[in-house]
Design a protein around this ligand. Structure first.
Ligand code: HEM
Length: 153
């Protein structure tokens, strides 16, 4: 019995170690831009769960501030795809990416105005617009990973 417990304990420690390493590796695979995107993603999902609920507006504004900060940082970073396309196309790619990100930031700010005014129905429509921007931004500027759905996250 004692032995079994010890074996179980050892198995747990091992499982924990393996999962920690896997997690760290996943994070290391992310580009600097990918890390900003992941932070945006967590906050964006939280906003989506409560955008129509005025009693959650204070927290929604906190999440929007996280999205705004990370989107502004993303604006200064270069998508991984940029260096992989022909040199002659890179300036246009960069300008397009930055324009898309600026439009996205402006939309986050529009959403903040709606939430501060308690206009949650208006905010829901803007949130849907942002999903479209995410889809378009990914289709255009993100490297397509094998097996990943187009534009998905
Ligand atoms: C609601 C808005 C958005 C969300 C929640 C979001 C989320 C994400 C997520 C989860 C990733 C994968 C990160 C990783 O694990 O590596 C990603 C990658 C990426 N996203 Fe977004 N995204 C949004 C909007 C946009 C927009 C508007 C653009 C472009 C104008 C964009 C461009 C990219 C690019 C280029 C990558 C690949 C990272 C790299 O090249 O280094 N995203 N995004």
């Amino acid at each position: 019995m004692h032995l079994r417990l010890r074996q179980f304990g050892a198995a747990c420690v091992l499982a924990f170690a393996i999962s920690s390493v896997a997690h760290a590796q996943q994070d290391e695979e992310k580009t600097p831009l990918g890390k900003k995107m992941s932070a945006m993603n967590t906050a964006f999902k939280a906003v989506g769960r409560q955008i129509d609920d005025p009693s959650k507006n204070a927290n929604t504004l906190e999440q929007l501030a996280i999205i705004e900060t990370n989107a502004k940082a993303a604006l200064t970073l270069e998508p991984e795809k940029q260096s992989k396309i022909p040199a002659a196309e890179q300036a246009k790619f960069k300008a397009g990416y930055q324009a898309g990100m600026k439009e996205f930031i402006a939309t986050v700010q529009k959403l903040q105005v709606s939430i501060k005014a308690g206009k949650n129905a208006e905010a829901v429509a803007t949130y849907d617009e942002m999903k479209g921007m995410q889809r378009e931004g990914h289709k255009e500027y993100r490297i397509k990973k094998a097996g990943a759905p187009p534009g998905g996250n």
